[in-house]
Design a protein around this ligand. Structure first.
Ligand SMILES: Cc1ncc(C[n+]2csc(CCOP(=O)(O)OP(=O)(O)O)c2C)c(N)n1
Ligand SMILES: [Mg+2]
Length: 596
């Protein structure tokens, strides 16, 4: 006989779980007690449960295996909610083990008792309350199966404390097994292959589904066979190495003039596990396939077909299986491509344009001025890191601040980034960062994060220090909720409220108070040295915070994307990248109306 708590931990071991992110309470101590005698599972103690769910989600993003969190009843569970919603929107598999009051007291207003299984239902693939001890193991098996299968996502399991303490018969456990990989219907493949074989200017858009399916290599082969450029969504970054001649940039908020042009001119567009999310594309015509193009949408989830963009052809299946099927169907239908794709005029143009954009980004990073452009620390850090480092991007880097800059951080492989989805919760990636050193221990890990977003999750610092996880947070500090302040500047005529920080913590001091290395960097000439010292501390297992005083400046892609910046500002600069801001309080006459 074993307690249900012990049986649950045995399930975790059998399912290959090696890390659990959590914070205990009285309700779940039976599980903690079983973990005490389970050396193969490392428990990471957070200081707020939001970080447990963020790290579990990042674990899934970086490894492809589901992340596990363990929390107590009521507030322990509800503190997870925001990051679980992030995992749900981002299709990241996760199993959440949550405590609950004893079944005997469930209708009597027991302490910490709220209907958590209902609270989590809209942001979980399955939210279930276990009400019989002898069913707990079966529920767990289903939880693992559902979290991994189809479009992956979180599963919430509510476990009453008396059930956790109950003894049940020890039985052999049959693991739920790996993620199923359903292939597509043959007819759908034939139709898609025919359209692709006839394409004059094909384009592939690789989304998070490519990463989830581990299909990057096949996507590259397919792109090479078709001599098709590849654009990647934020979640799809790494599907193709950024120095591959067919890697042509990002989508929507992360686009460049090159990716914009490719989207506009392509006649057949193959979308692989991508949703053209609103946060990414604003659903603006220029950020989506042209109506005249043939858009072929491939997704494992039938409900996604045509949801965001109408698709002329659809293929339902696992991206790895579908790309394999397309490769087989196309191999004798398309002419052989040259070994060096750069000899093709369309590809040579892409390679030249990327080189030009890169030099513009360098010029912006090196631009002299009182405050450095946020591109400076971003470019300097990328240059200091090896190809396979883990890169995390929080809000403040992807919102107005760095949206257009994202294409200028090279990503060379799948499962090397921690990124939010279109749920876009401030602090998700920053709170998740330490998990990078558990999921990919040998690779340096760095997060770019706005000062507002960092302040939401600074209690992550002692977690990283305690676990000796050498990671670096680069705070892009503009003293404000800058992205929102911009809207007050341009749409609400300089009427600022609740967007400037008049008291700003000293992030470097907070870092050292939490056992981390910390430095404030105001002089652009000190950027490289500060980065070197932080990465060196990381190698000793010491986390680091670099507080960069940056200008609140946008790049062209951002100004265009958000739509509220004045058109003269958008068009003022010759370069794709340099998007300078109007000085505050200098209004155009038309704006000086009543009430402004
Ligand atoms: C949890 C949460 N609250 C509010 C928002 C809305 N929001 C989007 S960007 C932003 C400002 C972020 O400030 P900061 O991190 O300093 O980055 P900056 O915009 O200054 O670059 C806010 C408040 C959000 N995305 N998430
Ligand atoms: Mg800010």
């Amino acid at each position: 006989m074993v307690t249900v708590g012990r049986a649950i931990v045995d399930v975790l071991v059998a399912e290959g779980v090696d890390h659990v992110y959590g914070l205990p309470g009285g309700h779940v101590l039976s599980i903690y007690d079983a973990l005490h005698s389970t050396p193969s599972i490392r428990h990471v103690l957070v200081r707020h449960e939001h970080a447990a769910a963020s790290m579990a989600a990042a674990h899934a993003q970086l490894t492809g295996e589901l992340g596990v969190c363990l929390v107590t009843a009521g507030p322990g569970a509800t503190n997870l909610l925001t990051a679980v919603a992030e995992a749900f929107v981002g299709c990241l598999p996760m199993v959440i083990l949550s405590g609950r009051g004893a079944t005997a007291t469930s209708q009597r207003g027991a302490s910490q008792e709220v209907a958590t299984e209902q609270i989590f239902a809209p942001v979980a693939k399955w939210a279930v309350r276990v009400d019989r001890a002898d069913l707990a193991v079966d529920v767990l098996r289903q939880a693992f199966a559902r979290a991994r299968s189809g479009r992956p996502g979180p599963v919430f399991v509510d476990l009453p404390r008396d059930i956790l303490d109950t003894e049940i018969e020890a039985r052999e456990y049959l693991p739920a097994g790996p993620r199923p990989r359903p292939p597509a219907d043959h007819g759908e493949i034939v139709a898609a292959a025919r359209a692709l074989a006839r394409a004059e200017r094909p384009l592939i858009i690789a989304g998070g589904g490519v990463i989830a399916a581990g299909a990057g290599d096949r996507v590259c082969k397919l792109a090479e066979l078709l001599a098709s450029p590849v654009l990647t969504s934020l979640a799809g970054r790494g599907s193709i190495p950024d120095d591959h001649p067919l890697s042509a940039g990002g989508l929507g908020a992360h686009r460049t003039r090159l990716s914009k042009r490719l989207l506009a001119e392509s006649d057949v567009i193959l979308g692989l596990g991508t949703r053209f999310e609103e946060m990414e594309t604003n659903w603006s015509p220029g950020a989506m396939p042209q109506p005249a193009a043939t858009y072929i949408q491939v997704d494992i989830e039938p409900a996604e077909i045509g949801r965001s963009v109408p698709a002329q052809l659809s293929v339902i299946g696992d991206i790895a299986a579908v790309t394999e099927q397309l490769l087989a169907a196309l191999s004798d239908q398309v002419p052989a491509t040259p070994d060096d794709l750069r000899t093709l005029p369309r590809i040579a143009e892409i390679v030249a344009e990327i080189a030009q954009l890169e030099s513009e980004a360098d010029a912006l990073a090196e631009r002299p001025g009182e405050r450095m452009h946020p591109m400076r620390p971003l470019r300097a850090m990328r240059a200091a890191l090896p190809r396979d480092a883990t890169l995390a991007f929080d809000v403040g880097c992807l919102a107005q601040h760095m949206a257009g800059a994202m294409p200028y951080v090279k990503v060379y492989g799948p499962r090397t980034t921690i990124v939010p989805s279109s749920f876009y919760g401030m602090g998700f990636a920053a709170a998740a960062l330490p998990a990078a050193r558990l999921a990919r221990p040998r690779h340096p890990a760095v997060c770019f994060v706005g000062d507002g977003s960092f302040q939401m999750v600074m209690n992550i610092l002692p977690v990283a220090a305690e676990q000796r996880l050498g990671v670096t947070w680069c705070v892009l500090n503009d003293g404000a909720l800058g992205s929102i302040r911009d809207i007050q500047q341009y749409r609400f005529h300089d009427r600022y409220l609740a967007t400037d920080f008049t008291v700003q913590p000293d992030f470097a001091m907070i870092a050292s108070a939490c056992g981390c290395h910390g430095a404030r960097v105001t002089d652009p000439d000190e950027v490289d040295g500060a980065i070197g010292a932080a990465l060196e501390a990381n190698e000793r297992g010491v986390p680091a915070v670099l507080d960069f005083a940056v200008a609140r400046e946008r790049v062209r892609g951002t100004l265009e994307h958000y739509g509220f910046y004045p058109s003269e500002l958008v068009s003022a600069t010759g370069s794709e990248l340099a998007g300078s801001m109007r000085p505050e309080g200098v209004r155009r006459p038309a704006e000086n109306g009543p009430g402004s």
